[in-house]
Write a protein that binds this ligand. Structure first.
Ligand code: CDV
Length: 342
């Protein structure tokens, strides 16, 4: 299959985006206070002109899977319940503000369905459409089902509290972000001349998913131009990593290194932009999480990066046209283009 548009002639498709990095959230933090912090970050991002803001994995609470929580009521308090996450008292103000500001958001939370299933989930909310366009449930759950026998261990009990998402990696188009984007109704389907000229093609990952290349590749094969990935990455968990002799400094340096390694290399090999947003800092004044929120280009280079391990907005203007050479001329176009559903 040939392409009517040379990669070098692909029209600019500019988009202002931001990662909203969130610093320490404690087990005792008030949910309303945490939500207000997210809203402040959203407002700051909107002031820079961002039309899309990514929040971290489990952005609304502390990273509770580090604890063995026997009390069902306490455990339930970390979850959003039911189908409509935008209507919960713990979240409503954030989605309302996103609508008022005209800014799309992707935000992670713990989901408990009406029939009692639990997932580590994120949603993409379109401010223009005033609704969630799509939901993603984390596929690669790290850690263990049972807590470590060592009472001093830092646990990672995601396999205890969540089920694996079974929906796979479904790319989606986002309307209203890029001026002049061609629409499906303008015969984008099967028309090579429309490649790289439609609404942005987006995919979502959650934390540990970013370490597994098949997740990226499935998105890459759907023509994904922008990956969104929120995370909570511990800087120190010797039992999890099996590195009991490592210093805290070395452990943290490794965590940063591997985080950037996978984000940069997979952005490059799929010729897509990526945004990643950390929950970071010293949760409960005790448990360190790395920062490193950043925006990466399709050449694998970091465009913008957090400077702190606290609440911070990382902003960039990106041009989705920069994805075309890697997808079209370096990559194999017959494999690389699939037009996902809107
Ligand atoms: N929340 C996570 O998925 N954390 C993992 C850690 C446990 C390795 C991560 O990939 O950062």
């Amino acid at each position: 299959m040939g392409s009517a548009v040379d990669a070098k002639d692909a029209p600019s498709r500019l988009l202002k985006v931001a990662a909203a990095q969130v610093g320490a959230v404690h087990r005792w933090s008030d949910r309303a206070d945490t939500l207000n912090r997210l809203i402040r970050l959203l407002e700051e991002a909107a002031q820079t002109g961002a039309l899309l803001v990514l929040f971290p994995e489990l952005a609304l609470t502390t990273f509770f899977p580090r604890y063995f929580i026997a009390d069902e009521n306490e455990l339930a308090s970390f979850f959003e319940h039911g189908e409509d996450v935008t209507g919960s008292k713990n979240t409503k103000k954030l989605f309302q503000r996103a609508h008022e500001l005209g800014v799309d958001i992707c935000v992670g939370y713990a989901e408990r369905t009406t029939d009692g299933h639990s997932y580590n989930t994120c949603v993409y909310y379109s401010a223009r459409l005033q609704r969630v366009i799509t939901k993603y449930r984390k596929s690669h759950l790290p850690g263990t089902q049972e807590p470590c026998k060592d009472p001093g261990a830092i646990n990672q009990l995601e396999k205890r509290y969540f089920e694996e998402g079974q929906e796979g990696f479904r790319a989606f188009r986002v309307p209203g972000l890029v001026d002049g984007a061609l629409k499906k109704s303008l015969s984008i389907d099967g028309d090579a001349s429309s490649e790289g000229r439609g609404d942005p093609i987006v995919g979502m990952l959650i934390c540990n998913d970013r370490r597994w290349s098949e997740a990226w590749r499935v998105y890459g094969l759907q023509g994904t131009e922008l990956i969104l990935c929120g995370y909570n990455t511990t800087a120190w968990a010797p039992h999890l990593h099996g590195k009991h002799n490592q210093s805290k400094e070395q452990s943290k340096a490794d965590a940063y290194f591997h985080h950037k390694l996978v984000m940069q290399s997979n952005s490059y090999t799929n010729s897509c932009f990526s945004i990643c947003a950390a929950r970071c800092g010293l949760d409960d004044d005790e448990f360190p999480l790395i920062g490193g929120s950043c925006i990466i280009g399709p050449d694998g280079r970091i465009i913008a990066e957090a400077q702190t391990e606290d609440d911070e907005v990382v902003f960039a203007e990106i041009d989705l046209a920069a994805c075309r050479p890697g997808k079209q001329t370096v990559g194999d176009p017959s494999l690389m283009w699939r037009d996902p559903e809107c």
